[in-house]
Design a protein around this ligand. Structure first.
Ligand code: PAF
Length: 290
């Protein structure tokens, strides 16, 4: 694996790989890699003969009071993990390489409808900053295929919409969430949790599973179901941001007859913001027989 930190070197390596007839796969990350990221690399490898991973903590997607400064930066360990996973090239640019004129004047990409709710409501500007850097990475690496984790479900929806709306010739693959044994979705931010918070955090996935089971068991009063489970989370010691049932591809609020559903949750354990989701099919065998 080679590591490069400037766009010219990335372009040269990608041009060479393409000249050799290789498909290019891209795995954008913010580093501090865990098994969830490595699964993205393995999936990229199945779809592309030349796999590029990027490690860049993107200032444009952090709000003023968020964790940009303390976000874990572990490049040497990331490099070793990517190499072991069979990645071909690591792109690890500096902020000035990505934003030579500074972030303030940077052209932005916005997917306004999808970006304004759920995480977007409590993190204004986050999805514009994320879509902008992903767009830049796409232009720099020119991948045929890019792989993102489904843990960031709304992020994946924003990226899919951007690619569709801007006619980008890139296949987007969503990778299932990798979890700890107790169900907690792996995340670089889990490292911020103390022992008490870590013990509380799997409640999020348990809540989503209980709600999905209720819906699959025939529950159609989604408002009442959400209210009950919001109270459970709020009473647990976690601070709830949102808990919502949505139609899985459009992310609009779910109707009782929608088949493909996603339940999304965001909550704070102390100052650490955790997100999770569960995608499932509503219909039970009994529904289908009606
Ligand atoms: O999911 C992430 O790690 C980031 O949002 C991404 C896609 C790498 C863009 O900075």
């Amino acid at each position: 694996m080679i590591t490069v930190n400037n766009v010219a070197a990335l372009r040269a390596a990608v041009t060479q790989a393409r000249a050799e007839g290789k498909r290019i796969g891209l795995v954008p990350t913010m580093g501090n890699l865990h098994a969830g990221h490595i699964a993205l690399v393995h999936t990229a490898r199945q779809h592309a003969a030349f796999v590029v991973a990027s490690v860049f903590v993107n200032p444009l997607q952090f709000g003023p009071n968020e964790d940009l400064d303390k976000y874990p930066r572990t490049l040497a360990a990331d490099q070793a993990q990517l190499e072991a996973a069979g990645c071909d090239l690591l792109f690890a640019p500096t902020v000035s390489e990505m934003y030579p004129d500074g972030t303030a004047v940077q052209t932005r990409v916005s997917v306004p409808e999808l970006a304004k709710e759920l995480c977007g409501a409590s993190r204004p500007g986050h999805f514009d900053g994320m879509a902008t850097v992903v767009n830049k990475l796409f232009n720099m690496a020119q991948p045929d295929v890019a792989v993102f984790g489904q843990k960031d479900y709304q992020q994946l929806a924003v990226i899919r919409a951007m690619v569709r709306d801007l006619n980008m010739p890139i296949e987007i693959i969503g990778e299932p969430t990798v979890r700890a044994d107790d169900g907690l979705a792996l995340s670089s931010r889990n490292g911020y949790l103390d022992a008490t918070q870590r013990a509380l955090a799997p409640l999020l996935q348990r809540t989503l599973q209980a709600m999905a089971e209720a819906i699959q068991g025939g529950e159609r009063h989604y408002e009442a179901l959400m209210t009950r489970h919001r109270q459970v989370i709020a009473g647990s010691g976690l601070r709830l941001d949102y808990l919502d049932i949505r139609e899985a591809s459009s992310l609009r609020p779910a109707h009782a007859n929608d088949e493909q559903l996603v339940i999304l949750v965001a909550a704070y354990a102390g100052n650490t913001r955790l997100i999770d989701n569960l995608v499932f099919e509503r219909a039970t065998v009994a529904d289908k027989a009606q």
